[in-house]
Design a protein around this ligand. Structure first.
Ligand code: HEM
Length: 274
Protein backbone atom coordinates (compact mmCIF):
# COMPACT_ATOMS: atom_id res chain seq x y z
CA UNK A 1 0.00 0.00 0.00
CA UNK A 2 1.40 3.41 -1.09
CA UNK A 3 1.91 6.05 1.59
CA UNK A 4 -0.26 9.15 1.37
CA UNK A 5 1.36 11.99 -0.57
CA UNK A 6 1.66 14.38 2.43
CA UNK A 7 3.58 11.74 4.53
CA UNK A 8 5.98 10.96 1.66
CA UNK A 9 6.83 14.67 1.32
CA UNK A 10 7.73 14.91 4.99
CA UNK A 11 10.26 12.05 4.78
CA UNK A 12 12.00 13.20 1.54
CA UNK A 13 13.25 16.75 1.64
CA UNK A 14 12.51 18.61 -1.57
CA UNK A 15 15.75 20.37 -2.48
CA UNK A 16 14.27 22.47 -5.24
CA UNK A 17 13.52 26.11 -4.33
CA UNK A 18 9.83 26.68 -3.91
CA UNK A 19 7.97 29.93 -4.07
CA UNK A 20 5.19 29.92 -1.59
CA UNK A 21 2.30 32.28 -1.53
CA UNK A 22 1.57 32.87 2.13
CA UNK A 23 -2.08 33.26 1.28
CA UNK A 24 -1.91 29.74 -0.10
CA UNK A 25 -0.64 28.14 3.15
CA UNK A 26 -2.47 25.00 4.03
CA UNK A 27 -2.70 23.12 7.37
CA UNK A 28 0.08 20.75 6.33
CA UNK A 29 2.64 23.66 6.13
CA UNK A 30 1.73 24.79 9.63
CA UNK A 31 2.71 21.32 10.93
CA UNK A 32 6.47 21.85 10.13
CA UNK A 33 8.22 21.13 13.49
CA UNK A 34 9.67 24.15 15.27
CA UNK A 35 13.03 24.01 17.08
CA UNK A 36 12.57 23.15 20.76
CA UNK A 37 12.30 26.19 22.96
CA UNK A 38 15.48 27.13 24.85
CA UNK A 39 15.45 26.23 28.49
CA UNK A 40 15.31 29.22 30.74
CA UNK A 41 17.88 28.92 33.44
CA UNK A 42 17.48 30.53 36.82
CA UNK A 43 19.44 33.77 37.08
CA UNK A 44 22.75 33.23 38.82
CA UNK A 45 25.52 35.60 39.80
CA UNK A 46 27.98 35.82 36.91
CA UNK A 47 31.69 34.90 37.41
CA UNK A 48 32.59 38.49 36.81
CA UNK A 49 30.28 39.50 39.59
CA UNK A 50 31.88 36.94 41.94
CA UNK A 51 35.35 38.14 41.03
CA UNK A 52 34.43 41.66 41.92
CA UNK A 53 33.22 40.42 45.30
CA UNK A 54 36.48 38.46 45.80
CA UNK A 55 38.51 41.54 44.96
CA UNK A 56 36.62 43.37 47.64
CA UNK A 57 37.85 40.68 50.17
CA UNK A 58 41.58 40.91 49.03
CA UNK A 59 43.96 41.77 51.83
CA UNK A 60 47.64 42.74 51.13
CA UNK A 61 48.49 41.77 54.71
CA UNK A 62 47.74 38.15 53.90
CA UNK A 63 50.02 38.27 50.86
CA UNK A 64 52.84 39.85 52.85
CA UNK A 65 52.36 37.17 55.51
CA UNK A 66 52.58 34.43 52.86
CA UNK A 67 55.78 35.87 51.36
CA UNK A 68 57.39 36.29 54.79
CA UNK A 69 56.49 32.73 55.77
CA UNK A 70 57.99 31.45 52.54
CA UNK A 71 61.20 33.46 53.05
CA UNK A 72 61.52 32.24 56.65
CA UNK A 73 61.12 28.60 55.67
CA UNK A 74 63.53 28.99 52.73
CA UNK A 75 66.10 30.67 55.02
CA UNK A 76 65.79 27.87 57.61
CA UNK A 77 66.24 25.24 54.91
CA UNK A 78 69.25 27.01 53.40
CA UNK A 79 70.87 27.53 56.81
CA UNK A 80 70.38 23.84 57.58
CA UNK A 81 72.04 22.84 54.31
CA UNK A 82 74.92 25.30 54.51
CA UNK A 83 75.70 24.51 58.17
CA UNK A 84 75.68 20.78 57.46
CA UNK A 85 72.70 20.27 59.78
CA UNK A 86 74.14 22.40 62.60
CA UNK A 87 71.61 25.24 62.67
CA UNK A 88 68.29 26.41 61.17
CA UNK A 89 68.97 30.05 62.00
CA UNK A 90 72.47 30.76 60.67
CA UNK A 91 73.81 30.33 64.22
CA UNK A 92 76.80 28.35 63.04
CA UNK A 93 79.69 28.02 65.44
CA UNK A 94 81.94 26.92 62.61
CA UNK A 95 81.30 28.56 59.29
CA UNK A 96 82.14 26.40 56.30
CA UNK A 97 85.41 27.36 54.62
CA UNK A 98 83.71 28.87 51.57
CA UNK A 99 82.03 31.48 53.80
CA UNK A 100 85.42 32.78 54.94
CA UNK A 101 87.25 35.55 53.10
CA UNK A 102 90.63 33.90 53.79
CA UNK A 103 89.46 30.73 52.04
CA UNK A 104 88.59 32.65 48.85
CA UNK A 105 91.89 34.53 49.01
CA UNK A 106 93.66 31.17 49.26
CA UNK A 107 91.75 29.75 46.27
CA UNK A 108 92.50 32.80 44.18
CA UNK A 109 96.06 33.69 45.20
CA UNK A 110 97.34 30.41 46.64
CA UNK A 111 99.12 30.23 50.03
CA UNK A 112 100.51 33.58 51.14
CA UNK A 113 104.02 34.16 52.42
CA UNK A 114 104.41 36.06 55.67
CA UNK A 115 107.45 37.66 57.24
CA UNK A 116 107.49 37.77 61.04
CA UNK A 117 106.70 41.51 60.82
CA UNK A 118 103.65 40.93 58.61
CA UNK A 119 102.36 38.16 60.85
CA UNK A 120 102.57 40.48 63.87
CA UNK A 121 99.83 42.67 62.31
CA UNK A 122 97.33 39.86 62.84
CA UNK A 123 97.60 39.41 66.59
CA UNK A 124 93.94 40.26 67.22
CA UNK A 125 94.47 43.72 68.73
CA UNK A 126 92.88 45.26 65.62
CA UNK A 127 89.35 43.85 65.69
CA UNK A 128 88.82 44.61 61.99
CA UNK A 129 91.60 42.18 60.99
CA UNK A 130 91.61 38.38 61.18
CA UNK A 131 93.75 36.64 63.81
CA UNK A 132 96.62 34.58 62.47
CA UNK A 133 99.06 32.35 64.29
CA UNK A 134 101.87 30.19 63.08
CA UNK A 135 103.14 26.84 64.22
CA UNK A 136 105.89 24.84 62.51
CA UNK A 137 106.16 27.70 59.98
CA UNK A 138 102.54 27.24 58.78
CA UNK A 139 100.17 30.17 59.19
CA UNK A 140 96.52 29.66 60.15
CA UNK A 141 93.52 31.96 60.38
CA UNK A 142 92.19 31.34 63.90
CA UNK A 143 89.63 34.18 63.96
CA UNK A 144 86.90 31.65 64.80
CA UNK A 145 88.69 31.10 68.13
CA UNK A 146 88.84 34.79 69.06
CA UNK A 147 87.90 33.95 72.65
CA UNK A 148 91.16 31.91 72.93
CA UNK A 149 93.47 33.98 70.77
CA UNK A 150 92.04 37.49 70.97
CA UNK A 151 93.18 40.02 73.62
CA UNK A 152 92.40 38.65 77.09
CA UNK A 153 92.15 35.07 75.80
CA UNK A 154 94.20 32.36 77.54
CA UNK A 155 96.13 31.65 74.31
CA UNK A 156 96.55 35.22 73.10
CA UNK A 157 100.34 34.71 73.35
CA UNK A 158 100.16 32.52 70.24
CA UNK A 159 98.50 35.20 68.08
CA UNK A 160 100.56 37.10 65.51
CA UNK A 161 103.70 34.98 66.03
CA UNK A 162 105.17 31.55 65.43
CA UNK A 163 105.24 30.28 69.00
CA UNK A 164 106.19 26.67 68.22
CA UNK A 165 108.54 26.68 71.22
CA UNK A 166 105.73 27.75 73.56
CA UNK A 167 103.46 25.06 72.10
CA UNK A 168 106.03 22.48 73.22
CA UNK A 169 107.21 23.89 76.55
CA UNK A 170 103.88 25.34 77.75
CA UNK A 171 105.72 28.59 78.65
CA UNK A 172 103.40 30.77 76.61
CA UNK A 173 104.69 34.13 77.76
CA UNK A 174 108.45 33.43 77.58
CA UNK A 175 108.52 31.22 74.50
CA UNK A 176 106.75 33.27 71.82
CA UNK A 177 109.23 32.04 69.21
CA UNK A 178 109.67 29.30 66.67
CA UNK A 179 113.24 28.68 67.86
CA UNK A 180 113.31 25.06 68.95
CA UNK A 181 117.03 24.83 69.68
CA UNK A 182 117.62 23.08 73.00
CA UNK A 183 113.93 22.35 73.68
CA UNK A 184 114.58 18.61 73.58
CA UNK A 185 116.28 19.04 76.93
CA UNK A 186 112.86 19.06 78.56
CA UNK A 187 112.43 15.43 77.52
CA UNK A 188 115.91 14.36 78.65
CA UNK A 189 116.44 12.75 82.07
CA UNK A 190 118.48 14.68 84.65
CA UNK A 191 121.98 13.29 85.10
CA UNK A 192 122.59 11.89 88.60
CA UNK A 193 125.97 10.22 89.36
CA UNK A 194 124.45 7.82 91.87
CA UNK A 195 121.72 6.56 89.54
CA UNK A 196 123.96 6.65 86.45
CA UNK A 197 126.54 4.38 88.18
CA UNK A 198 124.18 1.48 87.38
CA UNK A 199 125.47 1.53 83.79
CA UNK A 200 128.98 1.13 82.42
CA UNK A 201 130.43 4.23 80.69
CA UNK A 202 129.82 2.68 77.22
CA UNK A 203 126.25 1.72 78.11
CA UNK A 204 125.57 5.22 79.41
CA UNK A 205 126.97 6.87 76.25
CA UNK A 206 124.76 4.67 74.08
CA UNK A 207 121.78 5.29 76.34
CA UNK A 208 122.24 9.07 76.23
CA UNK A 209 122.42 9.03 72.43
CA UNK A 210 119.12 7.09 72.28
CA UNK A 211 117.54 9.46 74.78
CA UNK A 212 118.59 12.49 72.73
CA UNK A 213 117.16 11.00 69.53
CA UNK A 214 113.93 10.15 71.38
CA UNK A 215 113.70 13.65 72.90
CA UNK A 216 114.19 15.34 69.49
CA UNK A 217 111.47 13.14 68.06
CA UNK A 218 109.13 14.14 70.87
CA UNK A 219 109.73 17.83 70.11
CA UNK A 220 109.08 17.24 66.43
CA UNK A 221 105.92 15.20 67.18
CA UNK A 222 104.67 17.80 69.60
CA UNK A 223 104.93 20.57 66.98
CA UNK A 224 103.42 18.29 64.36
CA UNK A 225 100.53 17.54 66.71
CA UNK A 226 99.59 21.22 66.78
CA UNK A 227 100.12 21.67 63.03
CA UNK A 228 97.70 18.78 62.49
CA UNK A 229 95.31 20.20 65.05
CA UNK A 230 94.99 23.52 63.18
CA UNK A 231 95.13 21.88 59.77
CA UNK A 232 92.28 19.49 60.52
CA UNK A 233 90.16 21.82 62.60
CA UNK A 234 86.92 22.80 60.84
CA UNK A 235 87.17 26.15 62.65
CA UNK A 236 90.53 27.23 61.31
CA UNK A 237 91.98 27.87 57.89
CA UNK A 238 95.48 27.39 56.52
CA UNK A 239 96.51 30.68 54.90
CA UNK A 240 100.21 30.48 54.15
CA UNK A 241 103.81 29.90 55.12
CA UNK A 242 106.21 31.86 57.23
CA UNK A 243 109.43 33.07 55.59
CA UNK A 244 112.35 33.80 57.93
CA UNK A 245 115.68 35.40 57.22
CA UNK A 246 118.80 33.37 58.09
CA UNK A 247 119.79 34.00 61.72
CA UNK A 248 116.24 34.94 62.75
CA UNK A 249 116.55 32.85 65.94
CA UNK A 250 118.94 35.22 67.66
CA UNK A 251 120.59 34.16 70.90
CA UNK A 252 120.23 30.63 72.22
CA UNK A 253 117.43 30.48 74.75
CA UNK A 254 117.57 28.80 78.13
CA UNK A 255 114.89 26.19 78.78
CA UNK A 256 112.06 27.89 80.64
CA UNK A 257 111.47 27.14 84.34
CA UNK A 258 108.20 25.23 83.83
CA UNK A 259 109.80 22.88 81.29
CA UNK A 260 112.87 22.44 83.54
CA UNK A 261 110.64 21.54 86.47
CA UNK A 262 108.93 18.82 84.43
CA UNK A 263 112.17 16.86 83.95
CA UNK A 264 112.72 13.60 85.86
CA UNK A 265 115.71 11.39 86.77
CA UNK A 266 116.82 8.44 84.69
CA UNK A 267 114.80 5.34 85.54
CA UNK A 268 116.86 2.57 87.21
CA UNK A 269 117.50 -0.54 85.06
CA UNK A 270 115.21 -2.63 87.32
CA UNK A 271 112.22 -0.26 86.79
CA UNK A 272 112.89 0.64 83.15
CA UNK A 273 110.64 -1.94 81.50
CA UNK A 274 107.85 -1.52 84.08
C1 HEM B 1 101.89 22.77 76.33
C2 HEM B 1 100.79 23.06 76.96
C3 HEM B 1 99.51 23.50 76.29
C4 HEM B 1 99.27 23.96 75.06
C5 HEM B 1 100.28 24.20 73.95
C6 HEM B 1 97.85 24.22 74.95
C7 HEM B 1 97.22 24.72 73.81
C8 HEM B 1 95.89 24.92 73.71
C9 HEM B 1 95.25 25.48 72.57
C10 HEM B 1 95.97 25.94 71.30
C11 HEM B 1 93.94 25.57 72.82
C12 HEM B 1 92.87 26.19 71.93
C13 HEM B 1 92.16 25.12 71.12
C14 HEM B 1 91.27 25.76 70.10
O1 HEM B 1 91.68 26.69 69.41
O2 HEM B 1 90.16 25.25 69.96
C15 HEM B 1 93.71 25.03 74.13
C16 HEM B 1 92.49 24.96 74.74
C17 HEM B 1 92.34 24.60 76.05
N1 HEM B 1 93.33 24.21 76.91
FE1 HEM B 1 95.26 24.09 76.53
N2 HEM B 1 97.26 23.92 76.11
C18 HEM B 1 98.22 23.49 76.97
C19 HEM B 1 98.06 23.10 78.27
C20 HEM B 1 96.88 23.13 78.92
C21 HEM B 1 96.74 22.77 80.29
C22 HEM B 1 97.89 22.34 81.22
C23 HEM B 1 95.43 22.91 80.60
C24 HEM B 1 94.72 22.68 81.86
C25 HEM B 1 95.20 22.93 83.05
C26 HEM B 1 94.74 23.35 79.39
C27 HEM B 1 93.40 23.59 79.27
C28 HEM B 1 92.77 23.97 78.13
C29 HEM B 1 91.34 24.20 78.02
C30 HEM B 1 90.32 24.03 79.14
C31 HEM B 1 91.07 24.59 76.72
C32 HEM B 1 89.74 24.99 76.13
C33 HEM B 1 89.13 23.83 75.40
C34 HEM B 1 87.83 24.21 74.77
O3 HEM B 1 87.05 24.95 75.36
O4 HEM B 1 87.59 23.78 73.64
N3 HEM B 1 95.67 23.46 78.39
N4 HEM B 1 94.92 24.63 74.64
Amino acid sequence: MAAPESTARQRKPNLEPRIVDVTDLTDEDEETPLPPPKKIRPIRKSKKHLRVEEEDDYSPVLDVFRVLTFLLLASCGLSYLVSGGESYFWGMKHRPDYLKLSWWEMQYNGPRSFTLGELADYDGTDASKPIYLSVGGKVFDVSAGRKFYGPGGSYHYFAGVDASRGFVTGCFREDRTGDLRGVEEMFLPIDDPEIDSHWTAAELTKKKADELAGAKKRVHDSVQHWVDFFQKSPKYQFVGELIREPGWEGELKVLCRKAQDGRTYRALPSTESA
